[in-house]
Design a protein around this ligand. Structure first.
Ligand SMILES: NC(=O)c1ccc[n+]([C@@H]2O[C@H](COP(=O)([O-])OP(=O)(O)OC[C@H]3O[C@@H](n4cnc5c(N)ncnc54)[C@H](OP(=O)(O)O)[C@@H]3O)[C@@H](O)[C@H]2O)c1
Length: 345
C-alpha cells in the first residue's frame, strides 16, 4: 500500500496486543492492518525494541499506562523511517523513539511498525545500529539523563561514592555501568547483591550494598553522610534512606516508583545539609536533552560493559519476560529484536 506521500508500505505488520484484563502481563502476537495506525507523519519500521517496568504494568492492565485496550504496548523502538510527511525525517533515516505517548495512547514499539509525530524521533547516533540503542532503551536514557543532571549540579567523578538503587534492574544496571565508565565510584544497592554480585562488579560497581545496609540507622532523620550522590530507580523508603545519607551539598536524582510512590522523609537533609533532590522524567524530556543523552551513551563505549547483561528475545518470547519484570526477577535488560519481514504483505 502507499502512504499519503507515496511511500510503499506493507499492508499489514506483526504486533503484540495487550488485552489488559488480567493481573499478570498477557500479550498475544497478531497481524494488524497498516491502515489502522494513527495519522501521524512518521512511519518507522521497528528493528529493535526493549522491555521496561512500565511495559509490564501496561501488559498487566495496571491503571495509568495504556489508555485503551486492546492495544500494543512498548515505550521503546528503534529502526528506520519508511515514510515521512515531516521535513525533519526522510525515508532511510535511522531513529530512536522512546516514551512520550508511545505504548500508552499511541500503538507502541512491540510491533514491526509504529507511526509517530515528528517531534518524537531522535536521530540514531553515528556508528550505532538500532539494536545498540535498544540495549539501553528508556532505562539507559533515564540513567544518562540522571547523570547529566548530577553533573550539571556540579558532581565530579572525584566527589566520592554514588549509590544506585535497584542496581540489578534496567535503570540501575545502566546507571552503574555509566557511572563506572565516567570514572565515578558507584555503589550498587540491590536486593540481589549476592546472586548478582559478579554481574554488578562486571558492570563496574566499586561496592555492593544490600537493601538492609542502605536502611541501617533509619531511626535517625540524618545519618552518617557517606554518599556524595545517588541515582534512585525505586522511590519509596530507599529514596528516603539515600536523602538521609548524602553529605553536605550532595544530590539525589530520583527516577523510579517500584518500591513506592510515597516519600516519607524529613526536611533535615535539605535544610541542614543543603541536599538537592532532582526529578528525572525521561518521558517528556526535551529533544535536545535526549539527543545529548543518546550521544553520551553512544560515545561512552558503555555498551560493551552492558552487553553481558543483555537478554535478546523475539516478539513471540516477550510475555514471560514481562511477567518477570513485574516481579523484579529480571537482571539487566531485555532487548527485543525484530528481524526484517521476509516480504511485504
Ligand atoms: N522517571 C523516568 O523517566 C523513568 C524511566 C524509566 C523507568 N522509570 C521507573 O524506574 C523504575 C525502574 O524501572 P526499570 O525498568 O529499571 O525496572 P526493573 O528492571 O524492574 O528494575 C527495578 C529494580 O528495582 C528493585 N526493586 C524492586 N522492588 C523493590 C523494592 N520493593 N524495594 C527496593 N528495590 C526494589 C529491583 O532491583 P534489585 O533486585 O537490584 O534491588 C528491581 O530489579 C520503575 O519504577 C520505572 O517506572 C522511570
Amino acid at each position: 500500500m502507499s502512504d499519503r506521500d507515496g511511500a510503499v508500505l506493507p499492508h499489514s505488520y506483526r504486533a503484540l496486543i495487550a488485552l489488559g484484563d488480567g493481573e499478570r502481563p498477557y500479550v498475544r502476537l497478531d497481524r494488524l492492518a497498516t491502515s489502522a495506525l494513527p495519522d501521524h507523519p512518521v512511519t518507522v519500521r521497528v528493528e529493535a525494541s526493549s522491555l521496561n517496568y512500565k511495559d509490564a504494568l501496561a501488559a498487566a492492565g495496571r491503571p495509568g499506562v495504556m489508555r485503551r485496550y486492546p492495544g500494543t504496548p512498548g515505550i521503546d523502538a528503534a529502526g528506520t523511517v519508511l515514510a515521512s510527511r515531516d521535513e525533519r525525517w526522510r525515508p532511510g533515516d535511522a531513529v530512536i523513539v522512546t516514551s512520550y505517548d508511545l505504548g500508552m495512547g499511541t500503538p507502541g514499539g512491540l510491533a514491526e511498525l509504529i507511526r509517530v509525530p515528528g517531534d518524537w524521533p531522535s536521530a540514531l547516533p553515528a556508528g550505532w545500529q538500532p539494536a545498540d540503542a535498544m540495549a539501553f532503551g528508556t532505562a539507559g536514557l533515564t540513567a544518562a539523563l540522571a547523570l547529566q543532571r548530577l553533573r550539571a549540579h556540579g558532581l565530579d567523578p572525584g566527589a566520592g561514592p554514588v549509590a544506585v538503587t535497584g542496581a540489578a534492574g534496567g535503570v540501575g544496571s545502566c546507571a552503574v555501568a555509566l557511572l563506572a565508565q565516567q570514572g565515578f565510584e558507584g555503589i550498587a544497592v540491590s536486593g540481589r547483591s549476592e546472586t548478582e554480585a559478579e554481574r554488578l562488579r562486571a558492570l563496574g560497581a566499586s561496592a555492593l550494598w544490600t537493601r538492609e545496609q542502605l536502611a541501617e540507622g533509619s531511626e535517625r532523620p540524618l545519618r552518617r553522610a557517606d554518599l556524595a550522590a545517588a541515582v534512585d530507580a525505586v522511590g519509596g523508603e530507599p529514596l528516603a534512606h539515600l536523602l538521609a545519607r548524602v553529605r553536605r551539598d550532595g544530590v539525589v536524582a530520583a527516577a523510579g516508583t517500584v518500591a513506592g510512590a510515597a516519600l516519607a522523609t524529613s526536611v533535615f537533609p535539605f535544610v541542614l545539609r543543603g541536599v538537592a533532590l532532582l526529578g528525572i522524567d525521561s518521558a517528556e524530556a526535551a529533544s535536545e536533552a535526549r539527543a545529548e543523552a543518546w550521544q553520551l551513551l553512544a560515545e561512552s563505549g558503555v555498551l560493551e560493559r552492558l552487553r553481558p547483561s543483555l537478554h535478546d528475545v523475539g516478539l513471540e518470547e516477550v510475555e514471560p519476560w514481562l511477567a518477570a519484570l513485574l516481579e523484579s526477577r529480571v537482571a539487566g535488560r531485555v532487548r527485543v529484536v525484530l528481524p526484517a519481514p521476509s516480504s511485504p504483505v
